[in-house]
Design a protein around this ligand. Sequence first.
Ligand SMILES: Cc1cc2nc3c(=O)[nH]c(=O)nc-3n(C[C@H](O)[C@H](O)[C@H](O)COP(=O)(O)OP(=O)(O)OC[C@H]3O[C@@H](n4cnc5c(N)ncnc54)[C@H](O)[C@@H]3O)c2cc1C
Length: 369
Amino acid sequence: MSNNEINKDFEIMIVGGGPAGISTWLHLNKFDPDLASKAFLIEKKSYPRDKLCGGGLGGWCKHILKLLNVNLDIPFLNISDVEFIYGNDSYILHQKNSFQMVQRTEFDYLFANNAVDRGLIIHQNESFLNVSKKDNELIVKTNLSNYKIKTLVGADGSLSMVRKKMNLNNRNNLAPTLEIFVPVSTKFDKEYNEKKILIDLNPIKEGMQGYIWHVPLIKNEKPIMGHGLVDLRFYKNRPKVDLKKILKQDLQRRNIDIKKERIKSHPIRWPSSDDKFSKENIILVGDAIGAEPAFGGGLHFAFSYGEIAAKSIISAYNDNDFSYPDFKDRINSHYAGKFMAKCWSIASKLYNNEIDPIKAAREVFTIKS
Ligand SMILES: Cc1cc2nc3c(=O)[nH]c(=O)nc-3n(C[C@H](O)[C@H](O)[C@H](O)COP(=O)(O)OP(=O)(O)OC[C@H]3O[C@@H](n4cnc5c(N)ncnc54)[C@H](O)[C@@H]3O)c2cc1C
């Protein structure tokens, strides 16, 4: 097909093959396989592709994977303890297998393969570039082709190009992160043997609106640790802190000189309460909407946004109305949306010294069944 021709093979395009995009299609396929066959996905990279992440599948991730019949057939660590520290206080939250620690490269590949095995067509190495409206449909331009479609799902992450092209006037709530992955030191990284996540809230005292994490992982059958931090910058006007310095000082206590290690970084986005998540023929899911603003967890939201998006697309077809007028209401009334509102309220108190940080962390990390 030449560059000027318009591809009309599909009616629904999902942009981004991370957890949100794949969850959207798997839910669509579960609820309405005929409609799912009208959808395809473009992914700008090729699998297995990396995505910077702590790798903690927590919250209700396990529940959704079960409902979608996806087995976690990759190496992972089950975590039952999350320890929070702040000043002289510490608290261990014990919940059996509350987190599965995965390598995102492996998990995202497995998740995508589950969808491909059930019939999803993925165009790898294809990037969304632009979208324009024509009559009641959309013309989407990618680096490889032009498509005429009825619904576009922006699942392209925190720096979403789809969101940018929607011109929604949402606030740009971006939270910087730093993370390094290093072999486990038996002397310093007791979290690996104890199968525990450590959340260090002390940087709040230095003006950082976030925390440092130390998480045990497994890579190529070898034990490794992920050490990282996030500054949610919930209150944007406050002075910025030197994140590298904070991480460096912390890791010196573990005898890690971060100058020698490769520090990685990728922003987490969180939504404001007045953000818009859709417009005619277009909906957003996953980090394109945002992770929660208290601790930056996003995978459980990405999974749920996929479910909500699938149900919204089915309604659009049933009602022959592709304006997605109630998409945000559907999110707000879903348990994910309600939990997002709770995290928002906790973040506003936590980063304004109105709540004990350990209490705040317990509220966000406690899984209610
Ligand atoms: C350092 C760090 C640690 C984190 N730790 C955790 C954690 O432990 N637990 C947790 O729950 N959450 C964590 N998160 C958040 C979590 O990683 C995200 O919420 C999750 O990845 C969101 O999934 P997604 O599918 O929306 O986006 P992504 O995983 O970012 O996937 C987006 C996909 O879209 C593709 N794409 C981008 N642009 C285009 C384009 N123009 N065209 C086509 N494709 C495109 C990308 O290549 C990518 O594959 C962390 C985030 C960071 C940065």
